[in-house]
Each structure stands twice: as structure tokens, then as C-alpha cells.
Design a protein around this ligand. Structure first.
Ligand SMILES: Nc1ncnc2c1ncn2[C@@H]1O[C@H](COP(=O)(O)OP(=O)(O)OP(=O)(O)O)[C@@H](O)[C@H]1O
Length: 258
């Protein structure tokens, strides 16, 4: 008998992903599924392999073993460009191009690649996206260096959503922001992800981000997913690693020296 309502295929699936650098076994078999429309946040201490995991999904690092499926299709070097063009990405430092105006940064993907749009149209969409993240049209014609860190982060967000991507990645979205601005950015991320209906994958060690952004949380430790569950289950879990991490305790199974 066939299932009348088979579960939707994962948007992002990692199966047994391994990656070592010399003798250092960073990822030791990471298994992770992110469903369509879900916001998954990956937590873990410094140096546990969160960035390496993200870079594997983005194709920046080639895993030694295992596979990564995007919409059920294996991500390979050959189809990577096509896949990447459907992703949005907010980089840790904002990663804006200093020599380009704000709107040109936001419109970058609309001006390059397969789905290129005319300049005026791209600018109009960029201004609309800037407005959506709380920036005025006047901001469009400034250079990134003329903006505060919080505004630069908003520009990065506007760029990440510029092409209405199916999947958005957030790399430490609140790094370098004061707690209030971090809260504002977290809320904005949550709103945007819900509004676009995007699947989101975030890496962070900021617990405020986790609580604001996540539907599900996965904790990586010693190269494996140590725990995963709904964000609401975080506080109730008896896993000593998760508990130590979310309460920021020096004492516990996670060694403080790394
Ligand atoms: N290209 C590389 N070459 C060698 N070692 C690397 C490389 N990239 C990462 N590593 C190592 O892999 C380990 C995991 O790094 P990763 O950047 O994924 O940590 P992280 O969990 O993102 O940490 P943080 O929260 O501090 O950014 C670290 O020990 C790091 O030194």
C-alpha cells in the first residue's frame, strides 16, 4: 500500500557527512534534515564544525564522505552554480562590496548571472527590499562604509532576500551587534523567513538568536549532531551537553579549553 500523503522531501539533507583536515576529524558523520519551510539553527561551541558544515552545504568545502541533497538532488560541482543561484546568504561580517553603492550590493544577483534584470528594474527591487528591512530609499545611494554595523547587517539581509530565495543561510547573524540591535535583526530574520516561506539554516552560538529564529535546533559536538529537537524542547532536555551550552556553564561535559 502506498502512503497517500508521503512526507515532503527535505529541502536540505546531510547524510553521513565527514570532513577532516589532516589528522583533525572535524565532521565525523553529520546527519541532518531540514524540511521545506523550516528554520533550522545549528548550535555548538567554538571550533566544533558549524562553519565547516555550512561550507559543505554551500559547496565551498568538499566533504570526504557522505552526501548532501538539496531538494532531493545531490549537490555536485556540476550543478552547484544552479543550486547556489536559488540560495540567499547573509554572511557573518555582512560581506558587502565596499566599492559598490548600497543598492548595487542588494541588486548584485539581479545584475549578474542567468536571471539578469535591467538596471532600473533591479534598482527598484533593491529599494523595495531595503524598505522591507527598515532602510529608507536615501540609503540606496550611500556606500556601505557610510552605514552603522546594524544598517550594514540590514543591507546584507536585503541582499539575501533580493531574489526571493527558497533557501536562506545565516552565518552568525548577530555577530558584532549590540544586544538591542541583535534582537531587532533576529526578529527581522524570523519575519522575513516566514513571509517568504523560505527554508532557513542558521549557524550561531547566540542563544537569543536561537530562541528568536529557530523552529528546530541541532547541536553539533565532536563532529556529530549530538541533539536535535524543536526549539520548545530545548529547555526541557536532560542532555548534559545541551544544558551546559544553553546555560553557558563552564562546568560540564564540554571542555572549556579548545
Ligand atoms: N580550511 C581549513 N583548514 C584546516 N582546518 C580547518 C579549516 N576550516 C576549519 N578548520 C578547523 O575545523 C574546526 C572547526 O571549524 P569551524 O570553523 O567549523 O568551527 P565553528 O564551530 O564554526 O566555530 P566558531 O563558532 O568559533 O566559528 C576548527 O578546529 C578549525 O580550525
Amino acid at each position: 500500500m502506498t502512503d497517500a500523503n508521503p512526507p515532503a522531501p527535505s529541502r536540505i539533507a546531510l547524510k553521513g557527512v565527514r570532513k577532516s583536515f589532516g589528522p583533525k576529524h572535524v565532521l565525523r558523520g553529520v546527519d541532518l534534515d531540514v524540511a521545506k519551510g523550516e528554520s533550522m539553527v545549528i548550535i555548538g561551541g567554538s571550533g566544533t564544525g558549524k562553519s565547516v558544515t555550512l561550507k559543505c552545504v554551500l559547496g565551498i568545502i568538499e566533504p570526504d564522505a557522505g552526501e548532501i541533497l538539496i531538494n532531493g538532488a545531490r549537490a555536485t560541482a556540476r550543478n552547484r552554480e544552479a543550486l547556489l543561484s536559488r540560495f540567499g546568504m547573509l554572511f557573518q561580517g555582512g560581506a558587502l562590496f565596499d566599492s559598490m553603492l548600497v543598492w548595487e550590493n542588494v541588486a548584485f544577483r539581479m545584475r549578474h548571472g542567468a536571471h539578469r534584470r535591467p538596471r532600473a528594474e533591479a534598482r527598484e527591487i533593491a529599494i523595495e527590499k531595503l524598505r522591507r528591512v527598515g532602510l529608507t530609499p536615501e540609503t540606496a545611494d550611500l556606500f556601505p562604509a557610510e552605514l552603522s554595523g546594524g544598517m550594514q547587517k540590514r543591507v546584507g539581509l536585503a541582499r539575501a532576500i533580493a531574489t526571493d530565495p527558497e533557501i536562506i543561510f545565516f552565518d552568525e547573524p548577530t555577530t558584532g551587534l549590540d544586544p538591542i540591535m541583535a534582537g531587532v535583526i533576529n526578529e527581522l530574520i524570523r519575519e522575513l523567513v516566514t513571509e517568504i516561506g523560505a527554508t532557513a539554516m542558521t549557524i550561531t552560538h547566540d542563544m537569543t538568536s536561537v530562541r528568536a529564529i529557530a523552529d528546530r535546533v541541532a547541536m553539533i559536538h565532536e563532529g556529530e549532531i549530538r541533539w536535535q529537537g524543536a526549539v520548545g524542547e530545548l529547555d526541557a532536555t536532560e542532555d548534559p551537553y545541551v544544558s551546559q551550552f544553553i546555560h553557558g556553564r563552564a562546568e560540564g561535559p564540554i571542555a572549556a579549553i579548545r
